[in-house]
Write a protein that binds this ligand. Structure first.
Ligand code: MG
Length: 218
């Protein structure tokens, strides 16, 4: 008996990720064909991804034509909030999947007139682990955490910070009432990824949002 002769091993995870990267590359080509700048916004539920988008949209609306793709397991709460700002919004409900993947995005953009937009923001499903492996074909990935998640939130999720271009530390308006060392959070991000650009912001008070926008569109 030569069991290995009859045995075929398929690493489904590896195949899935490879296929995802292929689709992400196609998405990237499609977006660049229309000269669209794209952002994949990732972070836990409650980090303030939607609030951050609202703050950014309020600053650039009217100057740029914006499309927001909202990923969520079941609800339309975020998409409703975003569309209230007068911005075209598409909701993707992922069901049991804890992150958007390149296939979701390819389905959305396939039959959509992208010539009407300059910027696409993709708000990923609220999760700090699942999105790591699944790139979408966006120009930049922005990871959002908030000071309410605790000082060690960055150290505990190194992979996502390694694979992101910009780190936003949100809700700094709450620093006075929290026992949090912001400097150490910034250092953690830099230690994990020396190339990452870190922005402590408050989406609520709009602190540092202008600087963030400058870097996002640099
Ligand atoms: Mg949200």
């Amino acid at each position: 008996m030569q069991p290995e002769k009859n045995l075929k091993v398929i690493d489904l995870n590896e195949n899935l990720i490879e296929h995802n990267e292929f689709l992400a590359e196609q998405n990237k080509e499609t977006f660049s064909k229309y000269d669209i700048k794209t952002f994949d916004i990732v972070g836990a539920i409650g980090a303030g991804k939607t609030s951050l988008l609202e703050a950014i949209i309020d600053k650039i609306e009217g100057k740029k034509r914006i499309l927001v793709i909202n990923g969520d397991v079941t609800s339309r709460i975020d998409a409703n909030r975003i569309s209230a700002h007068g911005v075209k919004t598409i909701q993707i409900n992922t069901g049991r999947e804890c992150a958007l993947n390149a296939y979701h995005i390819s389905r959305v953009i396939k039959n959509f007139d992208l010539s009407k937009f300059d910027i696409v923001f993709i708000e990923n499903v609220g999760n700090l682990i699942c999105p790591s492996d699944f790139i979408l074909g966006a120009d930049k990935r922005v990871v959002v955490v908030s000071v309410t998640e605790g000082e060690w939130v960055i150290q505990k999720h190194p992979l996502l910070f390694k694979l992101s271009d910009i780190a936003v530390i949100n809700k700094i308006d709450l620093l006075d009432i929290l026992d949090i060392n912001l400097e150490s959070m910034i250092n953690d991000a830099k230690q994990i990824n020396p190339n990452i650009q870190v922005f402590p912001v408050s989406a609520k008070t709009r602190t540092n949002i202008d600087d963030l926008i400058k870097t996002m569109f640099a």
